[in-house]
Design a protein around this ligand. Structure first.
Ligand SMILES: Cc1ncc(COP(=O)(O)O)c(C=O)c1O
Length: 395
């Protein structure tokens, strides 16, 4: 018996619990309507044709080597141009580090940032991966609440009351996974001010910034003042290339942290090179594709909102960004909590969703769906959800 390290026992990913059950049902031959995958590609959407051709060309032209650990210089330049062109603080290519997806950026950043006992302030609900990484390095995740009121999500806590001298970072996920909401400029500033008051770094995950369906939206670099800021972004959702594993981080006023991240990045040699080359050539030429994508996502969202509007027992704030809807159960049911709902719905109706607890939501009455499947599939899924609620609702 090989005993794994104790620290690995802190690593959990609750979303996978429901997914494992979905896979088990599929293995047994059941059809599962999957509304649980945060990946547009399995729903039939594909990356821009031009980008696919650029990837093939990169391979043909010999971009098959290890790139520098920080990424290909031409891509770092293109990223710096894009980020600096958003109207906020400008970033030098030297301060851009290319990673294997935002996922790797999160792992490198937390490894470089968090010491035993350090606190990281995160949203609740939160894209879950942040939490196990904070814990892996001995840190303590703390949460500020996002609350829904009158069909809008807003900051539910005063972050200045939640930061302490142990707070190393304040994480902003804007637009939000799972709520699909966009923080206001004032809210981003409040979070940044709280970080600055205790000398903490702002970490802003903006992976859905090209999927804002209804403005206004401002990224952290154009809202936060001059405190240390790390912006995380990537190509997975923007260009529908989740499997290419390409993301990046931009450091503003955080040179020591950048150097620590680069030291760690050297141990994994390089992010994948051919996609970097393709991305460098594609940047700045994606306007038409992004317009098309937003139009498509908007259409699917509006169809979903119409379907859900007719279901007794469900409520949601209109998602203003992303391809997620985060629904609230307005009735109590024999299913118990959110996890019971997600499991029951999957077992009885073959519909996979993610329970709010999987996102460290402090409430237990919500679940997330991806609304990207074709209209007829969404209609069937919503009908099945409605049937499950009718069958088990307690009066
Ligand atoms: C908020 C957020 N950050 C980061 C990621 C990771 O994305 P990737 O590693 O594909 O860049 C995701 C993926 O769903 C996400 O929703």
């Amino acid at each position: 018996m090989v005993k794994p390290a104790r620290r690995a026992s802190h690593v959990e990913y609750a979303i996978r619990d429901v997914d494992a059950l979905a896979q088990e049902l599929e293995r047994r031959g059941r059809r599962v309507i999957r509304l649980n995958i945060g990946d547009p590609v399995p729903y039939g959407l594909q990356p821009p044709a031009e980008l696919r051709a650029l990837l093939a060309r990169a391979v043909e032209e010999g971009y098959n080597f290890y790139s520098p650990s920080e990424g290909l210089w031409e891509l770092r330049e293109a990223i710096a141009r894009r980020e600096s062109g958003l109207g906020g603080r400008s970033v030098d290519p030297q301060d851009v580090v290319v990673t294997a997806g935002v996922s790797e950026a999160i792992s490198l950043l937390m490894a470089a940032l968090v010491d035993e006992g350090d606190e990281v302030l995160l949203p609740s609900p939160c894209y879950p991966v942040y939490v196990p990484y904070v814990r892996l390095y001995g840190g303590v995740p703390r949460f500020y609440r996002l609350v829904e009121e009158g069909g809008e999500w807003r900051l539910g806590d005063d972050p200045s009351e939640l930061v302490t001298e142990r707070t190393k970072a304040v994480v902003i996920i804007n637009p939000s996974n799972p709520t699909g909401a966009v923080l206001s400029e004032g809210e981003v500033r409040e979070l940044a001010d709280a970080a600055r008051a205790v000398g903490a770094c702002v970490v802003s995950d903006e992976i859905y910034d090209e999927l804002v369906l209804e403005g206004p939206y401002r990224g952290a670099a154009s809202v936060c003042g001059d405190g240390p800021l790390v912006v995380l972004n990537g190509f997975s959702k923007r260009w529908l290339v989740t499997g290419w594993r390409l993301g990046y981080m931009c450091f503003y006023g955080a040179e020591e942290l950048r150097d620590a991240v680069v030291r760690l990045a050297r141990t994994r040699l390089s992010p994948p090179t051919p996609p970097q080359r393709a991305a460098a050539l594609m940047m700045g030429r994606d306007g038409g594709f992004l317009e098309w994508l937003r139009g498509e996502v908007r259409k699917r969202r509006d169809h979903f909102l119409k379907l859900v509007g007719e279901v007794e027992g469900l409520e949601l704030a209109r998602p203003r960004a992303t391809f997620y809807a985060y629904l609230r159960l307005t009735v109590r049911g024999a299913w118990g909590d959110d996890l019971g709902f997600a499991r029951g719905l999957l077992e009885e109706e073959g519909v996979a969703v993610v329970h709010g607890g999987g996102f460290y939501d402090y409430r237990r009455d919500r679940f997330r769906v991806v609304f990207l499947p074709p209209p007829e599939v969404m209609e069937e899924a919503v009908e099945r959800i409605a049937r499950f609620i009718r069958r088990h609702a307690l009066s």
